[in-house]
Design a protein around this ligand. Structure first.
Ligand SMILES: CC(C)(COP(=O)(O)OP(=O)(O)OC[C@H]1O[C@@H](n2cnc3c(N)ncnc32)[C@H](O)[C@@H]1OP(=O)(O)O)[C@@H](O)C(=O)NCCC(=O)NCCS
Length: 115
């Protein structure tokens, strides 16, 4: 497999916190599983922010445009390692890797696409 795409993003946690106050906002972008994962943690908005950064990073790394953020989902393995699942036929045969990190103020993600 060779690398065909690379993407990164950085998000201010306080922006996601403000966004989350709007009714229905989170549900438009995040899956129920993503929201449940974040809500179960102490720093809910850091986890939401890093998932937003992950969606942006994957969007940038993919070789096509126009995919809805809700179709890009972060799931965590039992070890905590994050994986990305993209619901789109155009992703068949692609391997997408992500790495996430967050602090009180910022969340960042990197995505690599291999084919
Ligand atoms: C898991 C670990 C890598 C997370 O790093 P951190 O600096 O605490 O936190 P970060 O903000 O950088 O990263 C958090 C993200 O790492 C990701 N992550 C968690 N476990 C992971 C793992 N096993 N592999 C890869 N990524 C992982 C998750 O995406 C997590 O965010 P999320 O819960 O919102 O999905 C860290 O806690 C750890 O266990 N390090 C092992 C090394 C160690 O123990 N060093 C101490 C030596 S003295």
């Amino acid at each position: 497999m060779k690398i065909i795409g690379l993407g990164t993003d950085i998000v201010e946690v306080k922006r996601i916190q403000a966004f989350a106050q709007k009714p229905g906002a989170l549900e438009r972008i995040f899956s129920a599983q993503e929201i449940a994962y974040c809500r179960a943690r102490k720093n809910e908005y850091q986890h939401l922010a890093v998932r937003f950064a992950a969606k942006e990073a994957v969007y940038k790394a993919l070789p096509f445009a126009g995919i809805a953020f809700k179709k890009i989902q972060v799931v965590n393995l039992e070890s905590g390692r994050p994986e990305v699942r993209v619901e789109d036929e155009r992703c068949q045969g692609l391997c997408i890797l992500i790495s996430l990190s967050h602090t009180e103020s910022y969340a960042t993600a990197v995505a690599v696409v291999q084919q």
